[in-house]
Design a protein around this ligand. Structure first.
Ligand SMILES: Nc1nc2c(c(=O)[nH]1)N[C@H]1C(S)=C(S)[C@@H](COP(=O)(O)O)O[C@H]1N2
Ligand SMILES: [Mo]
Length: 351
């Protein structure tokens, strides 16, 4: 690795997780979109520094009739599409398998590092840039195309090329874009400057940062992440699942009195129908208020009033999306500790 600092932004507002990742303290957020300086970072190595002047996006592969090399101006000249989407690491909340369910990962040193996320391996932003399908059209995408794999320029990593193949249907989806901006500003270095993929609803790893090459092929493109790492029961994980979590430290401590408790709930591809909360172990549930936009691909911010009385409490929340998908009481364990989405009994001590 070079001598450049691991992150371009200050890590001070975030929790360090492993050598190269940063977790958002959800309790420090007060709105719908996550500001870039508070947005979590899930990096396999140091953030890549890319020179925009010499940057090229190489389009290649047997499913392109006219492979080509594009500049940033070429990308910026295409019609822009804006998507408000959260990105959540597949391993977000993985430590809760241990702290809530008493289950511990069986794989440690082998393969990639399991980032020890608590609640904040997630962020919500407005992304804008050309649709991936319009970019692929410049390379003359053939009917034979089955797989499309963006490649990250952060080659100086211990794992492998970060080249994440997705089926062509997802690559051609209306809302799959190559983002040039985040929350109306050029992409920050830590979030993929100058170009990143945004693959809404799918686990964060598909949203490849610092994209320098895209391969389109009739043949399956293999990668460690999709073959081995992000796998449950032999199946590659793609879609996220329905979750809710409180915007409180885990565990939380607070003084007594009337409180307004906040949190975030999300479904990968549906608006949220309801968020319920319980302070008595799930015997009775009450409706929380949704106090933000409620959009496909977005999370929602919710709030409820709770009278904090001295003692030990467990506050639970349960989200249900418009399709009726809801959170389980227990999340089935998987050795990769991925996709933890059980109802969380959030420990709160009132002193
Ligand atoms: N090139 C590259 N892209 C990457 C990664 C990476 O390490 N290198 N990490 C992925 C993972 S695992 C996640 S969860 C998201 C996180 O996006 P963020 O760092 O902008 O929050 O980026 C993805 N894209
Ligand atoms: Mo991740």
């Amino acid at each position: 690795m070079s001598d450049a600092p691991v992150w371009a932004k200050s890590p001070d507002r975030l929790h360090r997780r492993g050598a190269t990742s940063l977790e958002t303290p959800l309790d420090a957020l007060d709105g719908y979109l996550t500001p870039a300086d508070a947005f979590f970072v899930c990096n396999v190595a140091a953030s890549q520094r890319v020179d925009p002047a010499t940057y090229r996006l190489e389009l290649q592969g047997d499913a392109l009739a006219t492979p080509c090399s594009l500049t940033l101006d070429d990308l910026a000249a295409l019609p822009r599409h804006t998507v408000r989407s959260y990105i959540e690491c597949a391993g977000n909340q993985r430590t809760l398998f241990g702290t809530v369910q008493g289950q511990h990962a069986e794989r440690d040193e082998e393969g990639g590092e399991d980032v020890p996320w608590v609640l904040g391996g997630i962020g919500m932003a407005e992304w804008s840039g050309p649709r991936l399908r319009d970019v692929l059209a410049l390379g003359g995408l053939r009917e034979t195309a089955r797989w499309v794999a963006p490649l990250g320029l952060d080659f100086d990593n211990p794992e492998c090329p970060i080249e994440i193949p997705m089926p062509v249907e997802k690559a051609l989806h209306d809302d799959t874009i190559l983002a040039l901006t985040m929350n109306g500003q050029p992409l920050p270095i830590d979030h993929g400057f100058p170009v990143r993929a945004i693959v809404p609803g799918w686990i964060g790893t598909y949203s490849v940062k610092w994209v320098g090459q895209i391969t389109a092929s009739a043949r399956e493109i293999r990668n460690y992440r999709t073959d081995e790492y992000y796998v449950i029961d032999g199946m590659t994980v793609t879609r996220q699942n329905v979750k809710s979590s409180l915007a409180l430290p885990f565990p939380a401590t607070m003084g007594p009195g009337h409180k307004r408790i906040h949190g975030y709930a999300r479904s990968p591809d549906q608006p949220i129908r309801s968020v319920e909360w319980s302070a008595n172990g799930g015997k009775t549930w009450h409706e929380a208020d949704i106090i933000s936009p409620n959009e496909t691909y977005g999370w929602v911010r919710f709030a409820f009033a709770w009278k904090a009385e001295p003692g030990e409490h467990r506050l639970m929340t349960r989200a249900t999306d418009e399709a009726g998908e809801t959170q389980p009481e227990v999340c089935t364990f998987n050795p990769g500790t991925l996709l933890f989405n059980a109802i969380i009994p959030h420990p709160v001590t009132v002193v």
